[in-house]
Design a protein around this ligand. Structure first.
Ligand code: ARG
Length: 460
């Protein structure tokens, strides 16, 4: 049991207490961030005249040695240490002796862990940003390739009006663009350095907090030492943004599962992204989409957990806050895994365009356009709605679609109809006439694709 704080105690910690209190099993995940923070800290201590340059160099060499040995597996992080901070400090002292004991000058584990968590979250936000961009690029390609791939649009999962596959995918494009925006907002708000806050009340050393902040790529130091050690808002914001990403992925997964079903057959998932059944030889299951949908709950759980943990904590640091890690780490890994797999899955799926188009042709998806035809010929919309309702009923009774009816049949219900009704309710017309911005018509979609093209260009 390697602890940093035995001085004022007369007894060994009870083993169960030690295990309950220790965090090494999970906070070892940020050994890189811990070492990076320590290197910045000693660099600042030397620049502020608190350590000599040679002490700084000795400590930095030691820390880099620890980093290299952990990376190569030569040095194992074991539960002999209470947490990652103790592991690094104890190993440093083992390596370089007494100079290592100066590392923790002007620092507490409270501001240290606050820094490590921020560095970790910041690094992970970068990774999630990259994964979102990869997904958005695939969506962009799918949109460009499918501006004339007709499919039914649904409300209540009932066929409503025809759209294009580009338009349907465009809806998810907007969601994931917002997700990207949310992450950059969070990044900006959290990018301040808590190191130098000490345990809660700063330190008496003349620390140059501006320097530490800039060495670690922060905008500047945080402004209140008590808030610095007890703020986990950025974790909550990240988990909230991740929950929204998962909600979007889950809805999309649900559609993939429906589209891939035997009944719909709008798409076919690639063999590499499907799984089989141990008993039913014919099966090809969309397990990846189901797992993404299923894992959404874990990420929501992490958000609920941290919100609950934080709600009753008086200022400043309390040990409850150690609970900010395990579920957060799990949520980060879950979101990254889901984004990567989902992107691969939709990048490789095949579209059955003919099936989609056929499906858009039936189910009276052109009924609104038939009513609009009447409105364009002077019939008030409410009357037109009633007339087309009668047409639909007639078609259902006679097992026809609106395009199958003869002009005489149309005229028997309403004399306003003329030969041009057929063109007006063709699939192409129904989609192509909808060209207000945001609608599925080709001109409207083209504009959005250009905006997205620009959006992607500005990211790099
Ligand atoms: N393992 C602790 C955490 O994750 C580090 C901070 C310890 N500070 C303390 N006062 N016990 O929060």
């Amino acid at each position: 049991m390697a602890q940093l704080w035995g001085g004022r105690f007369t007894k060994e910690t009870d083993k169960l207490v030690y295990n309950f209190n220790a965090s090494i099993s999970f906070d070892q995940k940020f050994y890189r961030q811990d070492i990076r923070g320590s290197i910045a800290h000693v660099t600042m201590l030397a620049a502020s005249g608190i350590l000599t340059d040679s002490e700084r160099d000795e400590i930095i060499d030691g820390l880099n040695g620890i980093l290299a040995d952990v990376e190569t597996g030569k040095l194992l992080i074991t539960d002999e240490y209470e947490d990652i901070h103790s592991f690094v400090e104890a190993n440093l002292i083992d390596r370089i002796g007494d100079t290592g004991k100066k590392l923790h000058t002007g620092r507490s584990r409270n501001d240290q862990v606050a820094l490590d968590m921020r560095l970790y979250v910041r690094d992970e936000l970068d990774e999630v940003t990259e994964l979102l961009i990869s997904l958005i690029k695939v969506l962009h390609r799918l949109m460009k390739e499918n501006t004339d791939t007709y499919m039914p649009g649904f409300t209540h999962l009932q066929k409503a009006q025809p759209v294009t596959f580009a338009h349907h995918i465009g809806a998810y494009m907007e969601m994931f663009k917002r997700d990207l925006d949310r992450i950059s907002d969070i990044y900006e708000r959290m990018n301040f350095c808590p190191l130098g806050a000490g345990a809660l009340a700063g330190t008496t050393y003349p620390l140059d907090r501006e320097l530490t902040a800039s060495l670690l790529g922060f905008e500047g130091p945080t402004l209140n030492s008590m808030d610095s050690v007890s703020d986990r808002d950025y974790v909550i914001e990240m988990l909230s943004a991740f929950s929204t990403i998962m909600m979007h992925l889950s809805r999309f997964s649900e559609e993939i599962i429906i589209w891939n079903s035997n009944e719909y057959r709008f798409i076919e998932l690639d063999d590499a992204y499907s799984t089989g059944s141990s008993i039913m030889p014919q099966k090809k299951n969309p397990d990846i989409a189901e797992l993404v949908r299923g894992k959404t709950g874990r990420v929501y759980a992490a958000l609920m957990s941290i919100l609950t943990t934080m709600k009753g904590i008086p200022l400043a640091y309390n040990k409850d806050m150690q609970e900010d890690k395990e579920l957060t780490f799990d949520a980060i890994d879950t979101v990254k895994g889901c984004l990567a797999l989902f992107t691969g899955m939709i990048d490789t799926m095949k579209l059955n365009k003919a099936v989609m188009e056929k499906s858009a042709m039936n189910g009276f998806t052109n009924a609104t356009d038939a009513a609009d035809y009447l409105v364009n010929h002077g019939v008030p919309f409410r009357d037109a709605h009633g007339i087309v309702g009668q047409l639909v009923l007639y078609c259902i009774d006679n097992d026809k679609s609106l395009l199958d009816m003869t002009l005489d049949e149309y005229k028997a219900i309403c004399p306003v109809f003329e030969e041009d009704i057929y063109k007006a309710i063709s699939l192409e017309e129904c989609v192509n006439k909808r060209n207000t911005i945001g609608a599925p018509g080709p001109e409207a979609i083209q504009k959005v694709i250009e905006i997205n093209e620009e959006f992607l260009k500005n990211l790099s």
